[in-house]
Design a protein around this ligand. Structure first.
Ligand code: ANZ
Ligand code: ZN
Length: 862
């Protein structure tokens, strides 16, 4: 008998056995229903963290469960291997991004294997490998051909000292994260994907993703940001040209008293010429160019602007409106021009107060009288039209339509829809990424690299330059090429690399045929496996990664490579892994080992009492990180998995607790002991298949409990992924099984206990596969428990016993009813009073007493 649960002696053994037998390998099989379970692949940062452990454990349970349910399950894993951290690490550790990345992959892969995850490792994909990114380059060429990829000038964050472009995350309070130099906005020609062509399609389908969390759908919608409104033409006084504005409030046009253009608007510097404002405008434009673009539109950002010396005419009121250029007007939204209505828009209001511009109220709510001289803020609500000529007295909501109609009929405007979504800038002036397959020729301009040159290899021998600058422009052979169109020898290769979000927009398709050499993927394999049935990952990817993947899928669909438009049928966003923080007034955040164990806990360095802080997301800076390796060493994979699933439902945050882990380990030990307590008695006995009626009174409740548990666990996993309540149900079953006396043993008892132990093992096997595999084999099975079928339940066993109850009124038999066993007394009384026949006899009388004799009768005294 194996007395003690010792994970070390079994986990490694089974992992090797699974790997040797190719247990997790899958192939397309049209005869079987498929199930594609995907977890967001990790960035190979060095080691896995508890967030990964949780995400991948959830996924693994579902994958194993579905497999036992008879599905052909695809469950792959890979590496989102390009990106900046590799470059930073390479600089600080004096190594190479490629080497750093591949070493991390090796290490993290070993860690994942230690968790016992059921990945088909033959399908592993690393996006930094040429076999992968060559197909991304191929698609780029297709997209370029179709006008879906294009080049335009756009602004980037630029550090003058480091001579490099900075990603938004590298800008800290307006300064370079590395050297502290103030960051400037610099105009660069860059590559874009025309995602805005798909804005409406992406938006409309947001409402057809029933398997996605509502909050994620909402975030996607907001990001796309659809606004219905109108474009209106304002004639410039001097030149007769038009300024076109976008507004969502055409009803307020009579209140538009000035015009604001974005500093980058092409008319700004031109209109200022010769007005005396030219120099002031040029200064302003230059200064605003330095401001962080993402912050400029925010409410709280200080609004400023200058008069550009020109006027335009309000097409409805005829008013002469001064034209300003202002920092809150953004070139990237609408038309880059705003008709400013200070009475009804807060930004315009702040601006008007600051520069002494006129305020005209045109929407008046019932009962209030706004006075422009004393108004403290803009009024954005509904009301009645005033100061608006023939539209006075109308509800402003109707005026929106009426005024737009009028503008349209006079050809001064038209209804439009604006989107906040911008085209996807995919150029990165970075080294560690997929090269963009384009060539710049002094004669021909931009020329696509010939398909036969793919992959355009990223030279892995390049050394990073100071400040993280890309070595590609200066690389001895990479940048210099012959023009494929005219043959000139001094053409230059594009040295920008692609945003890593491009790689993560199709890795799930690559997994379907990872070794395919004739294209991005084998279309038949993709048609079989895709779309992903269940995707699982962190909510931090709720917007960009998912939106880009949905977009890229549409591109693949439009090019005719895939037969679907949405890649992910169901999505689960798992909650964060959190832990309490420890903080000393003197020494800040502390690691647990820097604090005494006795209460109250004190800082070992200064003796101050430590504040046990809030439970927060694990992070290095808060020193509350738990290293999965330490957990694996101390408790093993099964306990780690069980803890992650038991502590909370997957979409909620998970609070780390030592007691919780301990509890998980104790439960597994308890399961282990139970199995061994019965092993000899049940090893050679077939599991009971009922029927329940023939079972003795002692053993019948056990049989019922088994089937009840199967039903509960199946429902909890199937519909809701509520593994925590599923585990609780198994715990209850185990408790009940401990109550069955092993002596004296009868054939009936042995076979029901066999069923019980098998059931516990089968139900727990997706969660704690190593322990279950071990016991499964000890029970005499020769195949993996993963190949066993998920247990079904006996409906008959779930039915509660029923009793026929006699209903009396004042002791006289009046009716009968049947009730389930263990229905409580209040419910029985309620049912009795509600009985039709009984009601006839108690109508209009006061009920004085109700006597219930369990399982027999109810007597109502009136
Ligand atoms: C006049 C007006 C009156 C406006 C009013 C609002 C309230 P949403 O709803 O987010 O789509 N706007 C338009 N283009 C802009 C740009 N490039 N930069 C900054 N602001 C811009 O916002 C639409 C509103 O934002 C538009 O409607 C416009 O101001 C402003 F009582 O026009 B509104
Ligand atoms: Zn710098």
């Amino acid at each position: 008998m194996k007395e003690k649960f010792d994970p070390k002696s079994i986990e490694c053994k089974w992992q090797q056995s699974w790997e040797a037998s190719g247990l997790f390998a899958v192939q397309e099989n049209p005869a079987k229903p498929k199930y594609y379970l995907l977890e967001m692949f990790p960035y190979p940062s060095g080691k896995i963290h508890m967030g990964h452990v949780r995400n991948y454990t959830i996924g693994d349970v579902v994958a194993r469960y579905k497999r036992m349910k008879g599905f052909n399950v695809l469950h792959p894993m890979g590496w989102d291997a390009f990106g900046m951290p590799a470059e930073n690490a390479a600089i600080s550790n004096n190594t190479h991004p490629a080497r750093w990345t591949y070493e991390n992959i090796d290490y993290m892969k070993r860690q994942l294997k230690r968790m016992g995850f059921s990945y088909d490792w033959d399908r592993e994909v690393a996006t930094c490998r040429p076999e992968y990114y060559r197909w991304e380059q191929w698609l780029f060429l297709k997209m370029y051909e179709k006008g879906m990829a294009y080049r335009k000038e756009s602004y980037v964050n630029w550090c003058e000292t480091c001579q490099t472009v900075l990603a938004n995350e590298q800008v800290e309070a307006g300064a370079c994260w590395r050297c502290g130099q103030a960051v400037r906005q610099k105009k660069l020609s860059q590559w874009f994907f025309r995602i805005t062509d798909y804005a409406e399609d992406l938006l409309v389908h947001c409402d057809r993703l029933p398997g996605w969390p509502e909050k994620v759908v909402t975030m996607q919608k907001n990001w796309i940001g659809q606004s219905h409104g109108a474009e209106i033409h304002f004639q410039i006084e001097q030149s007769g040209e038009d300024i076109v504005v976008f507004t969502t409030r055409p009803d307020t046009i009579f209140g538009a008293t000035f015009m604001c253009l974005a500093p980058e608007h092409p008319l700004v510097q031109r209109l200022a010429r010769g007005t005396g404002q030219e120099a002031a405008v040029a200064d302003f434009v230059e200064r605003i160019a330095l401001q962080e673009r993402s912050a400029r539109g925010l409410e709280r950002y200080e609004k400023e602007g200058v008069f550009i010396g020109a006027f335009c005419i309000n097409p409805m009121s005829g008013r002469k409106m001064p034209i300003y250029t202002a920092n809150f007007a953004l070139m990237e939204y609408g038309t880059g021009a705003v008709m400013s209505v200070p009475a009804h828009d807060q930004r315009d209001f702040d601006f008007a107060r600051k520069y002494g511009l006129e305020i005209v109220v045109v929407v008046q709510p019932q009962g209030a009288m706004f006075d422009p001289a004393t108004m403290a803020e803009a009024y954005a609500g509904e009301g009645t039209m005033v100061n608006s000529g023939e539209f006075n007295g109308m509800a402003n909501t109707e005026a929106i339509k009426a005024i737009t109609d009028r503008l349209e009929s006079r050809k001064l405007g038209k209804r439009t829809i604006s989107y906040r979504l911008r085209d996807w800038g995919i150029s990165r002036q970075r080294y560690w990424g997929a090269p963009i397959p384009m060539i710049h020729c002094p004669q021909c301009g931009i020329v696509p690299a010939p398909e036969s040159d793919l992959p355009i290899l990223l030279p892995e021998d390049a050394d990073l330059l100071e400040g993280g600058r890309s070595p590609l422009p200066q690389h001895p052979y990479f940048a210099r090429v012959t023009c494929p169109a005219c043959g000139r020898a001094d053409a230059r290769r594009e040295t920008d690399t692609m945003d890593t979000f491009v790689e993560s927009s199709w890795y799930f398709e690559r997994y379907c045929s990872p070794h395919y050499e004739k294209g991005m993927f084998d279309q038949r394999a993709v048609a079989y496996w895709m779309p992903v049935d269940q995707y699982i990952g962190g909510v931090e990817h709720a917007i960009l990664h998912l939106l880009y993947s949905r977009y890229y899928t549409r591109v693949l669909n439009d090019i005719g490579l895939v037969p679907y438009r949405e890649p992910f049928t169901r999505l689960l966003t798992q909650g964060m892994v959190c832990k309490e923080t420890l903080q000393c007034a003197e020494h800040g955040f502390l690691y647990p080992e820097e604090v005494t164990e006795t209460q109250p806990r004190k800082c070992k360095r200064c003796g101050r009492e430590v504040e046990v802080g809030r439970v927060e997301k694990m992070s290095k800076s808060k020193k509350n990180v738990v290293d999965p390796n330490a957990l694996l060493d101390a408790y093993g994979a099964d306990t780690t998995r069980l803890f992650c699933l038991f502590a909370s439902p997957p979409e909620k945050s998970l609070e780390w607790s030592e007691q919780g882990v301990d509890g998980a380990f104790r439960f597994l030990s308890r399961v282990w002991r139970l199995c061994w307590l019965w092993m000899d008695a049940i090893r050679d006995v077939p599991a009971s298949s009922g029927p329940m009626d023939r079972l003795s009174l002692e053993i019948k409740p056990v049989y019922q409990k088994i089937h009840f548990t199967i039903q509960k666990v199946t429902n909890d996993i199937e519909d809701r992924f509520h593994f925590n309540t599923a585990i609780s149900a198994v715990m209850e079953l185990v408790n009940q099984l401990y109550g069955v006396a092993p002596e004296p043993i009868t054939p009936e008892k042995a076979s029901v206990m066999r069923l019980a132990i098998e059931t516990v093992v089968l139900l727990l096997s997706p969660i704690v596969p190593h322990l279950c595999e071990e016991i499964w084999h000890d029970l005499g099975n020769s195949e993996s428990v993963l190949l066993a079928a998920w247990p079904g339940f006996d409906e008959a066993a779930l039915k509660k016993d029923q009793h026929l109850i006699v209903l009396q009124v004042n002791g006289k038999l009046r009716s009968r009813m049947t009730v389930d066993d263990d229905t409580d007394e209040t419910a029985i009384k309620r049912m009795a009073l509600g009985d039709e026949k009984v009601q006839k006899f108690i109508e209009g009388k006061a009920v004085r007493q109700i006597v219930v004799v369990k399982n027999k009768l109810v007597n109502i005294v009136v």
